[in-house]
Design a protein around this ligand. Structure first.
Ligand SMILES: N[C@@H](CCC(=O)N[C@@H](CS)C(=O)NCC(=O)O)C(=O)O
Length: 419
């Protein structure tokens, strides 16, 4: 019999912790299927029950209510006393609290701050980014030492601390706990893998995305000189390299790197000229007779190019529309090095505090990674190949290009192109 109802959304990472505790402890908890994030939690009914208006939130059968993820997790674990999730002694219970709060406050809080810093949602402050990374590394050092000497965080069995650890570290490995750090802290990775692969937890934790390189902030590309009045014609228009670097007061002056040939240049020549497409898209109406889409279908070379649906992975973190729009702008800026190989049309759909970022890309070759991984935050998005012989996928592609795409009733409210 269910012990109550959990309000959470698929993007709510700590809701995952509560589900994991319930599954591991064999406690049945209903998840409110009608909950709509940033909608339900703003209603007077929800706020009357949970005044802070955040998820996860739990309502027991007798009207008992709780918020704060770890607290709900502890309560659910207490309903499964034989599970060992809360330990078997007062000292174990205290140690479980210690590790859980330690990882939440000394590791996950830093992840929460690093994410908007590197993806440009808040102004980038390098010393702050460095402090956050240093703090995480210090925490990982402590965890790794402990986990080199112990199988689990507390005692000889899985406890709530391990399940919370896996939630926070799983998020960390997709943002800042990168390959070099993972090589340094193998015991931390070992416990993460142990937890996320428990048969009853696998579906709850889902796939773990391991990033190679910690996400970095890439400053937007500075506007070219076009806006300035042109000087009298000179034999060379380009400024010397050192001058360009001078403007980056944040970075040390380094000699220009030798030009490396991009493997995408070795692909067989394509009949689709991306520059021509970009011009057609800019100059024509997108839909209709003689429109850009008609041009595209006439010239599309499906061997030389591929079409992709792109979706932001953390839509539940989006708030104001202009900020989501800036997010796309930042992403496009960081894709500058792939301008020759990529066209993009992405937008924000929905309304403030309930929006998604989605769109379509036209990329050189058949693999999206080599085109897109020049942007350090490329893994904040998911990519699915679009097959335009499928009417629904074609409709998506056209909607993204025409900026009239709708997703789950959410309408396109702002868009940007990568041209
Ligand atoms: N300290 C809270 C944080 C909860 C939290 O920030 N929840 C987010 C979703 S992940 C939320 O409900 N945000 C809604 C809002 O900001 O109005 C916990 O651990 O439960």
């Amino acid at each position: 019999m269910s012990v109550g109802t959990l309000y959470t959304s698929p993007g709510d990472k700590t809701g995952k912790l509560i589900k994991a505790i319930a599954a591991f402890g064999g406690v049945s908890v209903d998840v409110d299927a009608n909950y709509k994030h940033m909608e339900t939690n703003k209603t007077p009914e929800f706020l009357a029950k949970f005044p802070h208006g955040k998820i996860p939130a739990f309502e027991g059968k007798g009207g008992f209510r709780l918020f704060e993820a770890v607290v709900i997790a502890k309560y659910i674990a207490s309903l499964a006393p034989n599970s060992g999730l809360l330990g078997t002694s007062a000292t174990d219970a205290a140690l479980i609290d210690q590790w859980t709060h330690f990882i939440e406050l000394e590791f996950d809080l830093q992840t929460t701050m690093i994410t908007p810093l590197v993806n440009g949602r808040i102004p980038y402050i390098k010393p702050l980014h460095n402090i956050l990374l240093e703090r995480q590394e210090r925490t990982l050092t402590t965890l790794n030492k402990h986990l080199t000497e112990n199988t689990y965080l507390v005692g000889e069995r899985i406890t709530l601390a391990d399940l919370a650890f896996a939630v926070y570290i799983q998020r960390g490995v997709s943002i800042s706990f990168d390959a070099p750090l993972r090589a340094k802290f193998p015991a931390v990775v070992r416990l993460l893998e142990t937890i996320v692969n428990q048969p009853q937890l696998k579906d709850i934790y889902g796939e773990t995305t391991y990033i190679e390189k910690s996400l970095q902030f890439t400053p937007p590309v500075k506007e070219k000189k076009e806006k300035e009045p042109k000087p009298a014609p000179a034999p060379k228009e380009k400024k010397p390299k050192a001058k360009e670097v001078e403007e980056d007061d944040d970075e040390p002056l380094v000699p220009a790197e030798p030009k490396v040939k991009n493997p995408l240049d070795d692909l067989p020549k394509s009949s689709l000229n991306l520059e021509d497409w970009k011009r057609a898209y800019s100059n024509k109406d997108t839909r209709g007779k003689d429109g850009a889409l008609e041009w595209f279908y006439e010239h599309f070379d499906k061997e030389g190019y591929s079409l992709w649906r792109v979706d932001f992975k953390y839509n539940n973190e989006l708030t104001q529309i202009f900020m989501s729009s800036n997010q796309i702008g930042g992403f496009f800026n960081r894709l500058e090095a792939s301008r020759k190989y990529l066209f993009g049309s992405m937008g924000v759909l929905g309304q403030a505090n309930d929006s998604v970022i989605s769109g379509a890309l036209i990329a050189r070759g058949q693999d999206i990674a080599p085109v897109i991984n020049v942007a350090p935050d490329w893994e904040s998005y998911s990519y699915a190949k679009i097959d335009i012989s499928d009417p629904a996928q074609k409709e998506f592609f056209e909607g993204a290009l025409a900026w009239d795409l709708k997703i789950d009733g959410k309408e396109w409210v702002d868009g940007k192109n990568f041209k």
